[in-house]
Design a protein around this ligand. Structure first.
Ligand code: AMP
Ligand code: MG
Length: 339
């Protein structure tokens, strides 16, 4: 849930520029997972909206409790059981996230790895407090966790949702995918209430469905270093836009920034990429993919794009240079001057 906790500083701005009058927009902001989640629907049905929002809020609260990587709850219990070689039966939500994370792990060439919770904790990111500039961990401590080689694919789940691991070093941290999963869940609830024209925007990472009276939703992607928009994208139908960046959360020690996204191969924070933005149908996949692309970096991002079947990707490297797939190039309406 770490990603949730920092979203106010995150990646993209939602700008809805469709200016016509009907149907009315209903809007509510939830404060959950330490961030603001803005839900807007184009519908006059206020009864359905109120009921849907109540359900979404309850579901988010349950997720927060079940999926937190360091506050007491089911995921912390599961990680303890794994470390002790025990089997634990968990919720369908956790089973689903394990399965999606395993798919993302395989498709990304293990750049996305939700089993590296011990590494993320070692670098000091399992805290609700501001990062205080502690020195980085020792090479030996990092190497020991890398050599233990935790992967989500070390887990097996039986038909009753009971999980065991062949590797006790697996420690699940869904910070790179949980927000997308939550956005997908919210959209599913809206659909169930007959609300099919909507945007669910979690601190700038969002999924848009339908339209506003036939007009596209227009999204501004925030520049990773400057203020303002880097690009504008029109979204119509059903699409998710997620951005990850090494600027979003970091620790700073002696002038060096250590980002919260860790390369599972080296055990160290990523360098060289400022941000990665993905457009994809499902929010959880877009979320995992954006994290994986930041790990892959300028040299390997295209391998991840192929492996995860992404056709719309935008990367900003540390020099402010843009790297895009042709399909993303065709979508982007305006790009700010690069630094
Ligand atoms: P995001 O903002 O979606 O890129 O997620 C960043 C969060 O994902 C971090 O705060 C960690 O909780 C987690 N994380 C860090 N590195 C990885 C990685 N290589 N694979 C999967 N999750 C990661
Ligand atoms: Mg992510």
């Amino acid at each position: 849930m770490l990603a949730f906790a920092r979203l106010l500083t995150l990646s993209a701005l939602l700008i809805m520029l469709a200016g016509c009058s009907s149907p009315p927009i209903q809007q509510r902001t939830l404060y959950v997972f330490g961030t603001l989640v803005d839900v807007r629907v184009a519908s006059a049905d206020s009864t359905a909206f109120t009921a849907a929002m109540r359900e979404i809020e309850q579901r988010f609260q349950a997720m927060h409790h079940e999926l937190h990587a360091w506050q007491p709850g089911m995921l912390v219990d599961l990680n303890k059981a794994i470390a002790e070689g025990r089997t634990l039966c968990v919720s369908p939500e956790i089973v689903h996230l394990i399965e999606r994370s395993a798919q993302a792990e395989q498709a990304s060439g293990e750049r996305f790895n939700a089993a590296i919770g011990n590494l993320i904790a070692l670098w000091g990111f399992h805290t609700d407090e501001p990062l205080t500039g502690d020195p980085p961990p020792s090479d030996a401590a990092i190497q020991a966790l890398v050599d233990a080689n935790p992967r989500v694919s070390d887990l097996s789940i039986d038909a009753s949702g009971c999980v065991r691991s062949s590797n006790p070093s697996v420690a699940l941290d869904f910070g790179g995918i949980a927000k997308g999963n939550a956005v997908d869940a919210a959209v599913a609830i809206l659909h169930r209430h007959g609300l099919d024209d909507a945007i669910v925007n979690a601190g700038g990472d969002l999924r848009a469905v339908g339209s506003r009276d036939g007009l596209p939703w227009r999204i501004g992607v925030r520049h990773p270093k400057q203020g303002g928009a880097l690009a504008e994208i029109e979204v119509i139908g059903d699409e998710s836009v997620f951005t990850s960046g090494n600027y979003q959360r970091f620790n700073e020690y002696e002038g060096v920034r250590y980002a919260h996204i860790i390369d599972p191969l080296s055990g160290r924070p990523v360098v060289g990429i400022a941000s990665a933005t993905v457009i994809h149908k499902s929010a959880d996949w877009a979320d995992a993919a954006a994290t994986a692309l930041v790990v892959a970096g300028v040299e390997h991002w295209q391998e991840v794009a192929v492996g995860m079947q992404l056709d719309q990707v935008l990367l900003v490297d540390e020099h402010g240079q843009l790297h895009m797939t042709p399909a993303m190039q065709a979508r982007v309406k305006r790009v700010s001057a690069t630094p």
